[in-house]
Design a binder for this molecule. Structure first.
Ligand code: IMP
Length: 429
């Protein structure tokens, strides 16, 4: 059976959680391969709303085993809190249902303190990170001084490593950033206690994924963040420090080529972004409030992890086409189409203009979008409330035309559309 992948095509928050939830009902393994608790996946099941940052949201389905792959960075306090939250909500969580790669790296309070200090030092050039220590943890990994999950299994050596790591981090914090140092022994005590609780979950998850695929089981890779936040392919430097794109699945899970399945790209019917960085189709003022919502509903555009209001704008098909190429998408899911109901017209960015020239593709990727102005196509809007639509024919013809245009411009078929937060509020195309 194949390895299916769910990817965000924008700057994260596309509504991947619900797509993963739907696909996980048929999956054996659900795996996170990148990022850490900077992510936020919300899944609504009846009256229950699950908000997960680290554990794959597919674990809500009882037949799945959740995997945190080697490409993930783990803040144990968040992980343990999520395990408790799931248990309290009736989801079984034990080592038969959740495995953590021995090669995944730990995030420590030192990384979080560095993240905060580095953001403050950037001044007006802040990235707007989630403050979860993601960048510093991946920096330590790349510099070959990071601490891996497997080290938790040898308590005396782990304690020494933690103390040395915090002492080293303190030097940077105090000398470079004039920040407060941390207490190395206290952090080591805290992490040794975590080691006791998490030791039984540590495994060679690459082998588990391989064995599952060999047995003909189905594996679902659950992307966090989105294509435009990819360290290599995103709007650098306004990116995260991992590879949320489909190519990142292979090193992030330790699985080779050879199990091709679906690569499903999730895009909102419009565009959102949290944090700083370029956003050519951004709208401000009243138009923005209309797309964002006021925060009175859990599905309004406010960050799941940090609660920050998201920046909002029109769907950017130039960037969507780019995401199709970088990920090799096989199909698209469009989310939140219902939010556009009631607008007189809907705008779609189909090209960019710079220096009197039009570009339908990016000449040098999305890192520097400052010279470009969006070229819009204006499509007729629709008034009907879409939240009870369940089939293509339930959609007004203007909404159908909008979706058809997204398929044409991106070169990939839209296979599903969501029209509300509930599990069944979807239209299969
Ligand atoms: P970091 O990943 O915390 O270092 O943040 C880097 C950038 O990625 C910031 O602009 C964050 O707002 C953004 N970011 C990180 N994770 C997510 C996510 O899950 N959804 C949306 N934006 C994210």
């Amino acid at each position: 059976m194949p390895l299916d992948i769910v990817i965000g095509t924008q700057w994260g928050d596309e509504g991947k959680g619900r797509v993963v939830d739907l696909l996980s009902s048929r999956a054996d393994l659900v795996a996170r391969y990148n990022g850490g608790d900077n992510a936020g996946h919300t899944v609504t099941v009846g009256s229950q709303t699950f908000k997960l940052h680290l554990i794959p949201s597919g674990i809500i389905h009882p037949q799945t085993t959740g995997i945190l792959g080697n490409g993930v960075v783990i803040y144990p306090a968040t992980l343990l809190a999520e395990m408790d939250m799931l248990k309290n909500m009736g989801v079984k969580v034990d080592p038969s249902r959740l495995r953590i790669s021995h090669a995944a790296h730990l995030i420590t309070p030192g990384h979080r303190a560095l993240d905060a200090a580095q953001e403050a030092a950037r001044g007006k050039d802040q990235i707007g990170t989630t403050g979860r220590g993601i960048g510093p943890a991946y920096t330590d990994k790349a510099a070959r001084r990071g601490i891996r999950m497997e080290e938790m299994l040898n308590e005396p050596a782990f304690r020494k490593r933690m103390v040395a790591h915090i002492e080293e981090t303190n030097q940077i914090l105090t000398a470079l950033y004039k920040a407060q140092p941390l207490d190395p022994e206290a952090v080591a005590d805290e992490y040794c206690a975590y080691a006791e609780q998490l030791g039984g979950y540590i495994a060679d998850t690459s082998a588990l994924v391989w064995e599952a695929l060999q047995r003909g089981q189905s594996v679902l890779a659950e992307g966090a963040q989105g294509t435009l936040l990819d360290l290599d392919h995103g709007t650098y430097p306004f990116v995260t420090s991992s590879s949320p794109t489909a190519p990142g699945v292979l090193p992030g899970l330790g699985v080779g080529f050879g199990f091709p399945g679906r690569v499903i790209g999730v895009t909102k019917a419009f565009q959102t972004r949290v944090g700083a960085g370029p956003f050519p189709t951004e709208v401000l003022g009243e138009a923005a409030t209309r797309l964002r919502g006021t925060g009175s509903n859990p599905w309004d555009e406010f960050g799941t992890t940090t609660g920050r209001p998201r920046r909002v704008g029109w769907l950017d098909a130039v960037l969507l086409r780019y995401a199709v190429r970088i990920n090799g998408l096989s199909e698209l899911v469009v989310t939140k189409l219902d939010v556009l109901s009631g607008l007189p017209t809907v705008r779609l960015c189909i090209a960019y203009r710079a220096n009197g020239k039009e570009y339908s593709d990016l000449p040098f990727g999305p890192a520097d979008l400052s010279p470009f102005e969006p070229v819009y196509e204006e499509l007729p809007g629709w008034d009907a409330d879409l939240t009870s639509a369940r089939s293509w024919s339930d959609l007004p013809k203007q909404a159908q035309a909008y979706l058809t245009r997204i398929s044409e411009i991106s070169g990939v078929e839209v296979c599903q559309v969501s029209v509300g937060p509930e599990r069944d509020q979807v239209v299969d195309v």
